[in-house]
Design a protein around this ligand. Structure first.
Ligand code: ADE
Length: 422
């Protein structure tokens, strides 16, 4: 199926501002620039349809320009209803030849209508952030499954979903776990989420972090990043975990670790990054302090049980500040939920900074090229080829003017030998 797909954006008149922000981001994405220069010469996509379901941000524009330079015919739709930056959406339509269907604040029906439009275009490659595109492809586009050569997945949550599909025998196309590349999760998940989450909380609330008590739920790469950045701002950070090793790591990293029920009594600010559902629920809301701030930075809006807080509240004051709704409990306590429990870093701030997306999106672009070159990729979750990870790390270091040492022949031989000991 290759139906024509028309743009659906909020306001074309925002294009000039969007372009300025995308150009700013582009200047901080030198690795992707190198990829783009080569793609412009070699045209690896040569008119092929690529559909992407990603956060529509200034950094995503730079990825789209890169795939476009490689000859791709592009449709871009949002991977979250609240993360779209309407100005860059307009700019891509006006200046970059990308068909964008994304509106900030779109409802669920529109969100899935856009995803279907991206699939109606008949892509050979798809890019996903959370696996909603691939999931819809499997549920509603069975006849098109064979046309998709491979899909790239950007997030931890998406990779977990895809591995679950694979384990269930439900996965019908090859996918690449872009998230699992070292040059992706070590930097994007940790430093990108770390900085942008704190940025989102501060923009939404303007609270003083110094001396506050923060509770971070989940000590994966994203949780580690957020906990460290909150600590850097002078907050006393408590970690909650369900995994013994991660909890131990958090304790040895110098954080307090305790169950959420205890943390709920102590925290001024809560941030969930677990990838799981109902992490903050009735028993936690019941004991939270007056004025508690509750935010989520995990991919889906399931970690904070909003239905329950709505049910418990006597009244709600919406938009007490942008991105803040206050739930007034029968005992008078106010519980402030940020960004309706959606990704705080993309809803209230601008997502990860460009310099870190430089690596994630270089991996994305190079994996698209790699996948198209493979003959009959096996249907399973593939790792990013090590050469791609190494190339991105090498280039990133070069662009940061950081040199490293190389092994001498003697050192190489030593590492290969097993006879030498004490
Ligand atoms: N995910 C997190 N931050 C992002 C950004 N700036 N652009 C696209 N996807 C993102």
């Amino acid at each position: 199926m290759t139906d024509p797909v028309l743009p659906h954006i909020a306001d074309p008149s925002l294009a000039a501002g969007g372009r300025r922000r995308a150009d700013w981001a582009s200047r901080q994405m030198p690795v992707l620039e190198k990829v783009r220069e080569r793609f412009a010469q070699e045209k690896p996509f040569d008119g092929r349809a690529i559909s992407a379901c990603l956060h529509v941000t200034a950094e995503t524009v730079v990825l789209m320009r890169t795939l476009k330079a490689g000859g791709a015919d592009l449709v871009l739709v949002a991977s979250n209803p609240l993360s779209t930056q309407d100005d860059v959406a307009a700019s891509m339509v006006a200046h970059d030849g990308v068909t964008v269907q994304a509106l900030r604040g779109e409802d669920t029906t529109t969100y899935y209508k856009h995803i279907r439009a991206a699939l109606d275009r008949g892509p050979v490659i798809t890019l996903d952030d959370g696996a909603d595109l691939v999931s819809t492809l499997h549920k509603e586009y069975e006849d098109s499954l064979n046309d998709v050569r491979c899909s790239m997945e950007e997030t931890t949550t998406g990779v977990i979903r895809l591995r679950a599909m694979d384990a269930d025998g439900a996965l019908k196309i090859p996918v690449v776990a872009v998230n699992d590349a070292m040059t992706k999760h070590l930097f994007d998940n940790r430093y990108g989420t770390g900085q942008s989450t704190v940025d989102g909380v501060i923009r939404a609330t303007d609270i003083l972090m110094a001396g506050s008590i923060s509770v971070v739920a989940g000590y994966g790469w994203c949780g580690r990043g957020v906990a460290n950045r909150l600590r850097g701002q002078g907050s006393r950070v408590i970690i909650t975990e369900v995994d013994h090793v991660k909890a131990l790591e958090a304790a040895m990293d110098g954080f307090e670790v305790m169950p959420m029920l205890d943390a709920a009594r102590a925290g001024d600010l809560f941030v969930t990054l677990t990838g799981d559902t109902s992490v903050i629920r009735r028993e936690h809301f019941e004991v939270m302090k007056d004025g508690a701030l509750v935010a989520n930075s995990g991919h889906f809006d399931v970690e904070v049980d909003l239905k329950i807080v709505e049910e418990m509240a006597e009244s709600v004051e919406e938009n007490v500040r942008n991105h803040v709704d206050a739930y007034i409990m029968p005992d008078g306590r106010r519980i402030n939920v940020l960004a309706k429990g959606r990704l705080i870093n993309l809803a209230a701030a601008e997502g990860h900074p460009a310099s870190v997306m430089d690596m994630s999106f270089s991996v994305q672009a190079l994996c698209c090229e790699w996948a198209l070159k493979q003959d009959g990729l096996e249907v399973r979750v593939h790792s990013v080829p090590k050469e791609i990870d190494d190339w991105v790390a090498r280039l990133k270091l070069e662009t940061m003017n950081i040199g490293i040492d190389t092994l001498s022949e003697e050192q190489e031989n030593y590492l290969k030998s097993w006879q030498m000991g004490t």
